[in-house]
Design a protein around this ligand. Structure first.
Ligand SMILES: [Zn+2]
Length: 92
C-alpha cells in the first residue's frame, strides 16, 4: 500500500527503502531506521502516516526530556573551538 506512486515534487518514480531519519529536540537527537518512499530524482522522502505520527511523538518526548521507550546509542559530538577548519565549527 503506497500513498504515492510518483514523486509529488517532480513526478519521478518512487522506490521503497529503509532510510535513516534524524529527529532532534531539547538538545538531543534520535536516529531511526524507517521505511520511506524515496524519489530517485530529487531525493524527496515520503513517510507513512504512522511513521510521521511516531516521529512527532518522539520529537515531543525530546522537547520535554522524557526518554521512556528510547534507548541510548553512544554519545553525540560536535567539533570544539580548537578544530582547525573554522568553517565547520559551531556558530554559538
Ligand atoms: Zn522527486
Amino acid at each position: 500500500m503506497k500513498p504515492f506512486e510518483k514523486c509529488p515534487a517532480c513526478g519521478y518514480d518512487l522506490v521503497s527503502k529503509q532510510v535513516e531519519k534524524l529527529l532532534s529536540g531539547g538538545g538531543n537527537t534520535v536516529s531511526l531506521e524507517v521505511p520511506a518512499e524515496v524519489c530517485l530524482h530529487c531525493g524527496e522522502r515520503l513517510y507513512a502516516e504512522d511513521v510521521v505520527e511516531s516521529s512527532e511523538e518522539i520529537r515531543g518526548k525530546l522537547r520535554t526530556h522524557e526518554f521512556s521507550l528510547l534507548k541510548g546509542l553512544g554519545q553525540s559530538f560536535t567539533v570544539d573551538e580548537g578544530w582547525p577548519n573554522k568553517a565547520i565549527q559551531p556558530t554559538t
